[in-house]
Design a protein around this ligand. Structure first.
Ligand SMILES: [Zn+2]
Length: 466
């Protein structure tokens, strides 16, 4: 089974990109926050595509050093001038309000209003995205040129919001594989009309989950659709006992813009996920960069906190905070490109292929090279240079001593993982290789007659051999 092959065979990149972008378009208008109806509506729309278990955690619940906040909902917000005209209107953009604003309805002078106005002077036409989750405040965000045009006088200010006891909501999609060991894919779903920062990640994660739902999988997969920071902290607090199952993890975010890929390594720095992503990015043909772990960023901060130190990295295109559109109204539907979304899903599929296919084998014929020609596994005419396929077979045979994983072989050979994995499949079919039991769990290798006894029942019949 090859997930990327399946994806490419299913539809061409252009159609895939259009489909992914259409989902971003659908989600874009919703006013999401770390709690509230917009977040729940977003989860319902994801639930229309994949099986999602939705959890509601009450306000006031202690989660490690944090407390689940009150729930925020907003119906309307505006600033009206002396003629009753809305000069700032939440109905035009949900970015116009400071998110988590307290309700307010008052008339005030421009000088009283100004401390509550947020603009971006360096980009005077854009609305900044600002929040005040943990400090009571209210405010409006608007283009700088719009603020400068406000004349002295009285303004009617209204934020029709509520900040009340309620719930923090998150969604979880789980597929059981042959092993209870898990791959964790996490994305935040708490930003309002921002396309790259939140919608690109959740769209690619949803599509990846849809794709994996049809596959026979080695690992179990858990997709988290959570509000940033407090959502990850809440999920970790509620799942502390089973975190040992997480063998590999990825935070997906900001993967729809025109930039090249960036991968921020896990805190461990040399986890399998770090090596798998580095390998895939090196071979996928677009520019890419590997970043060392740092304790600031997205929810990898929580997964990689020292008490957990989970092997979770973060896959992005442009890095948050480094592009001017970040956290502004310019992170819109044109900032996110269909082709980039499709490319990101393909890279995610290739990463999963490495995780799924990376294993150790033993060469069953280790005394000199086996004669490949008599098995039709070598070129027919001597003297020609060998193809990538044959080169991959020789590397797999030589390094399959039970110690080297296929990923290590691919790295050493300088060949893409898929070429090495295909070679291993072929050599195995020809009786030249045998899989070695997983070192960590001692579980019988795939294809042997002893399935992992602890595994969760499968939705699909497990194939005897890939
Ligand atoms: Zn953000």
């Amino acid at each position: 089974m090859r997930i990327l092959k399946e994806l490419v065979a299913e539809k061409d990149s252009t159609d895939l990109g259009k489909e992914l972008h259409a989902f971003v378009v659908k989600l874009y208008p919703i006013c999401r926050s770390i709690t509230g109806d917009g977040l729940r509506r977003t989860l319902r729309m994801i639930q229309d595509r994949i099986p999602l278990e939705v959890t509601q955690v009450p306000t006031g619940t202690s989660v490690f050093d944090w407390t689940v906040p009150r729930e925020w909902n907003i119906r309307d917000a505006y600033i009206k001038d002396a003629h009753g005209k809305r000069v700032v209107d939440f109905q035009e953009s949900n970015l116009h309000v400071l998110h988590y604003s307290m309700p307010v309805h008052a008339t005030m002078s421009l000088s009283e209003l100004k401390p509550h106005l947020f603009t971006l002077p360096e980009h005077p036409g854009w609305i900044p995205y600002r929040t005040s989750y943990y400090k009571e405040n209210w405010g409006f965000c608007l283009p700088d040129h719009q603020m400068l045009a406000l004349k002295d006088g009285e303004y009617e200010v209204c934020i029709d919001s509520s900040l009340e006891d309620g719930h923090l909501t998150y969604g979880e999609c789980y597929f059981s594989g042959r092993s209870t060991d898990e791959v964790l894919i996490s994305c935040h779903v708490c930003h309002p009309s921002l396309a790259n920062d939140n919608l690109s990640g959740l769209t690619v994660a949803t599509a990846l989950a849809e794709l994996l739902s049809r596959m026979d999988l080695r690992y179990s997969y858990r997709f988290l659709f959570i509000p940033g920071t407090i959502g990850a902290i809440t999920w970790l607090a509620r799942n502390r006992e089973t975190l040992g199952r997480v063998q590999h993890g990825l935070v997906l975010t900001g993967i729809g813009d025109n930039g090249g890929f960036h991968y921020k390594k896990s805190r461990r720095g040399n986890a399998d996920i770090d090596r798998a992503v580095e390998h895939v990015l090196r071979h996928q043909g677009e520019p890419s960069e590997i970043l060392e772990f740092s304790p600031y960023g997205y929810d990898e901060r929580q997964y990689c906190s020292p008490g957990f130190n989970l092997p979770v990295g973060c896959l992005m295109r442009s890095v948050w905070g480094t592009y001017p559109e970040y956290h502004t109204s310019a992170d819109n539907l044109t900032f996110v490109q269909p082709s980039q979304l499709a490319g990101s899903l393909q890279v995610c599929a290739a990463i999963v292929d490495v995780l799924e296919g990376n294993r150790r084998y033993r060469n069953l014929n280790p005394y000199c090279e086996p004669q490949l020609g008599k098995r039709n596994l070598y070129r027919s005419t001597g003297g020609e240079s060998i193809s990538t396929e044959i080169n991959a077979r020789l590397w797999v045979l030589n390094l399959s001593d039970g110690e080297h994983s296929l990923l290590e072989i691919a790295e050493r050979a300088g060949l893409p993982f898929a070429a090495i994995s295909d070679a291993a499949d072929l050599l195995r079919e020809n009786g030249l290789l045998a899989p070695v039991a997983d070192r960590k769990t001692g579980a019988a290798p795939e294809g042997s007659s002893q399935p992992n006894p602890t595994k969760v029942p499968q939705r699909k019949q497990v194939a005897a051999l890939d």
